[in-house]
Ligand binder design. Structure first.
Ligand code: PLP
Length: 391
């Protein structure tokens, strides 16, 4: 059976052009960008070139890009760093949405738990949309940071970040606004001004770049306090010798993502629509997330009577790489906090996410739909047989 990789929201395969750009830095070329000699200067030039490319894709100036070890670090730097840098002057109140990735949510909760911040978590509606008016209502004179992600990694809902930022600022012009746009690169228009935000988190591996590299974009003048101190790399914002191969790969991936965005989106929207249409007639299958404002290529459902861990195991046997929503490091079944916030109750443990990518074809979609139907039937039959045996 042909394997079908439908987990592109977890990670994407490395683009061959990205790989080529990285390989030279894993072979004949090497150097520490901080060294003054030729090897160092070459490495510095590679990092600078990548910074220009990421800035062009992210809609900001090169000096506003700080490379990190990925989206998680970018989110941590935004939340912890803004609080540390601006908290004493502006206040220690954080506003975050209930659908944020754990990199934001757990960080904000940890800071609040340690007594370093006050936290307001703003809910969402059943489609995962965060209401700008609710965010504005949560903003106080001492709010230092508002975090609302651009596109949700579990259910694909695209938030109206520009309206949210505008509403938050109308209440408190000094509050900074951060958006986690990790899922947006190559899928949605990005930019500090396009989105009306001060900080944007990015990650290379969601856009055919390497794992372990990302960036925090921060509007000139608002940069958060460094969370890694040491040698003063990245203009003192993030110490540590740069991951030159990774950064070079990220640069190429970002450029390709932006160049191919329109074509990729057109294809992904079409295929995702097809898959959703094929799966929704199955009894008990309900699409989740906002079907109108949606991350291209991300299809998400709840499947009544099928626990996510079972469904994913059967799909794996049938050659389908899928996910319940977020890629959980422990592999243990934890009901989705996003679906819980959306009001799905028990069904939050029955999530299925199929995230299409650049190489997905119509045949893949049709085969995936057939295999999902088989998996669901198999689990429900086993459940009934188990219940009959027990009864
Ligand atoms: N934010 C979102 C929305 C994500 O989907 C992810 C990845 O799962 C992250 C942050 C974390 O990014 P990284 O894997 O680069 O640490």
């Amino acid at each position: 059976m042909r394997p079908l990789y439908l987990d592109h929201a977890a990670t994407t395969p490395l683009d061959p052009e990205v790989r080529a750009a990285m390989l030279s830095w894993l072979g004949e070329r090497f150097g520490n960008p901080s060294s003054v000699h030729g090897h160092g200067r070459q490495a510095r030039a590679a990092v600078d070139e990548a910074r220009d490319r990421v800035a062009a894709a992210a809609g900001c100036a090169a000096r506003e890009v700080t490379f990190t070890s990925g989206g998680t670090e970018a989110d941590n730097l935004a939340v912890r760093g803004v609080l540390e840098r601006w908290g004493p002057e502006r206040g220690r109140h954080l506003v975050v949405s209930a659908v944020e990735h754990e990199a934001v949510l757990a960080t904000a909760e940890a800071l609040a738990g340690a007594g370093l911040a006050e936290l307001t978590v703003v809910g969402c509606d059943r489609s995962g949309r965060v209401d700008p008016a609710e965010v504005a209502a949560a903003v106080r004179p001492d709010t230092v940071l508002v975090c609302v992600m651009l596109a949700n990694n579990e259910v694909g809902t695209v938030e109206d970040v520009a309206s949210i930022a505008g509403a938050a600022r109308a209440r408190n012009p000094r509050a900074l606004v951060h958006t986690d746009a990790v899922q947006g690169l190559g899928r949605l228009p990005l930019g500090l001004d396009v989105l009306g935000v001060d900080l944007i988190s990015l990650s290379a591996h969601k856009a055919h770049g390497p794992q372990g590299v990302g960036a925090l974009v921060a509007r000139h003048g608002v940069f958060p306090a460094a969370q890694l101190t040491g040698g003063g790399q990245e203009r003192g914002r993030r110490s540590g010798t740069e991951n030159v191969a990774g950064i070079a790969g990220f640069g190429v991936a970002a450029e390709l993502a932006e160049r191919r965005r329109e074509a990729d989106v057109a294809m992904l929207v079409k295929l995702a629509g097809r898959l959703t249409n094929l799966l929704t007639p199955i009894p008990g299958v309900e699409p989740t997330g906002d079907l109108t404002r949606r991350l291209p290529g991300l299809c998400s459902f709840v499947v009544a009577g099928c626990r996510s861990d079972l469904l994913l195991a059967v799909l794996d046997e049938l050659g389908v790489c899928a996910s319940a929503g977020s890629a959980c490091s422990s592999g243990a079944p934890v009901p989705s906090h996003v679906l819980a916030a959306m009001g799905f109750g028990e069904l939050a443990g029955c999530a299925l996410r199929l995230a299409l990518g650049r190489s997905t074809t119509e045949e893949d979609v049709d085969a995936a739909a057939a295999r999902v139907e088989r998996a669901v039937t198999r689990i429900r039959l086993a459940g009934r047989a188990g219940a009959a045996a027990a009864g």
